[in-house]
Ligand binder design. Sequence first.
Ligand code: PGA
Length: 236
Amino acid sequence: MIIAANLKTNLTRSATCKYIKELQICVQNSTQNVIVFPATSSLDSYESNVTIGAQNAYPVENGAFTGEIGLEHLKEFEIKTILIGHSERRHILGESQEFIAKKFHYFKEQGFQIIFCVGEPLEIREGSKEEMLTYIHKQFEGIDTTYENLIIAYEPVWAIGTGKVPTLEDIKEIHKELKKKSSAPLLYGGSVKVNNVKDILSVENVDGVLVGSAALYAEHFCTMIEYADELQQSRH
Ligand code: PGA
């Protein structure tokens, strides 16, 4: 399974270094595919079995894009994984679908592993199921859903950082729909915690989780990785 931590605008470089070291201990005995997205200023070549990914980068090698980093800054640390389409970039930073698709295309051409996020805001969730699916399908406009290095993350906006999670039945239903769209591994994200991760990972068509706030403590994130291992062992 894919167990990913989005550290967002948290943990300094030294705190991230300590965090990755702590993770390394639990990851050594795990069969999970663990990915960590540190803050941009904490990107580095960490000696670890954990895959390090970028939360964001501008679709360019380098150039005049104040405040952004480009491909060469990722290459410096051999980073080949990137998060694209996260709801905070869509809704807080105002990234358009067109720009998201441009970014996707650029990093696809570079062979990056792309974790592509989709998910509906509350007002859409409160409408009909058809409206919700139409909304989510629009978030795939311009995106190559057959890309072999693609991972999709379904993250309902209203569940991110709120402690609210859809029912397991709802997750099952939407993941079933999203699997019709792409055969890429499909993660669930949005208020995943130590106490719900096992149930969520047990849902059909959930191939992993993308965790924000609950992953900020290495100990908690390690527990989630252990739970994923336990679950996988119990299936064999
Ligand atoms: P959360 O964030 O776990 O804090 O809800 C998830 C995410 O934004 O990826």
